[in-house]
Design a protein around this ligand. Structure first.
Ligand code: PGA
Length: 240
């Protein structure tokens, strides 16, 4: 796995954004997946700036969601949907059909998985996927112990993920399940960027690099992908 270390968070986000821009430049109708969560916020900002400056044209691209908390919708602060629309989609001029995102309020999560899998299949492949690394090593909501053979699926959230979630919602919401692209879907992407920032991620970044590939640290399950780069800032690299 290639590793790129940038000096600080803004430089990291600028470099990750350039990877997305390169994908869209090479393939204007690229299918793009960018994680929710705090880590990619600066990437969204850099991409919106690049779009406004005419450096990238998303008008033929499509976007697929990575994961969502079951029980939360667009108007719920901290839902992945709320976050990505607020920081990204609302700031671009996109048509509805360019975006496929999980409905966390669905009464039929299995049907939601099939809908998302079908959208990816219709585009053949995700061209670039930008993932964060959770404190427990999860990618998307692929929690420790996950089967590597799954496409989109419903997940019982790990205790660490439930504890971390308070930072998005501002209060505990007792959400026990999520819905996520699976490891099989993620591994089928043409290009993977695994992204981490800050001292608090330095332990899991070091473990991801040092551990054997296995389900205990889900981020290791993509380490042998033919086109993956771990992109981190100096603080996240402090235990390497
Ligand atoms: P964060 O979450 O970007 O908010 O740190 C990462 C993750 O859980 O995937």
């Amino acid at each position: 796995m290639n590793v790129e270390i940038k000096e600080d968070y803004p430089q990291l986000c600028a470099a990750v954004a350039e990877q997305v821009i390169a994908s869209v430049t090479a393939k204007p109708d690229a299918l793009i997946c960018i994680a929710g969560g705090d880590t990619p916020l600066g990437v969204f900002e850099a991409l919106v700036n690049a779009s406004n400056a005419g450096r990238v044209d998303f008008s033929h691209a499509s976007f697929i969601g990575l994961d969502e908390w079951l029980g939360l919708g667009r108007s719920d602060k901290g839902s992945c949907r709320e976050m990505i629309w607020h920081h990204f989609f609302d700031k671009l001029t996109l048509r509805d059909e360019q975006i496929c995102f999980f409905d966390g309020l669905t009464h039929d999560p299995q049907a939601e998985c099939l809908r998302v899998d079908a959208f990816i299949a219709a585009h053949q492949q995700i061209d670039i996927i930008v993932l964060g690394i959770g404190m427990n090593g999860h990618i998307g909501f692929n929690e420790p112990g996950v089967s590597p053979d799954k496409s989109c699926h419903v997940v019982d959230l790990d205790a660490i993920t439930q504890a971390v979630s308070v930072k998005y919602f501002g209060k505990p919401l007792n959400i026990k399940q999520g819905i996520s692209l699976g490891i099989k879907t993620i591994r089928a992407a043409k290009r993977i960027i695994l992204m981490a920032s800050g001292e608090k991620k330095s332990t899991i970044v070091a473990k991801t690099l040092q551990a054997e590939i296995g389900t205990e640290i889900p981020a290791t399950l993509v380490k042998d992908h033919p086109s993956i780069t771990l992109m981190i800032d100096r603080a996240a690299s402090s235990q390497l």
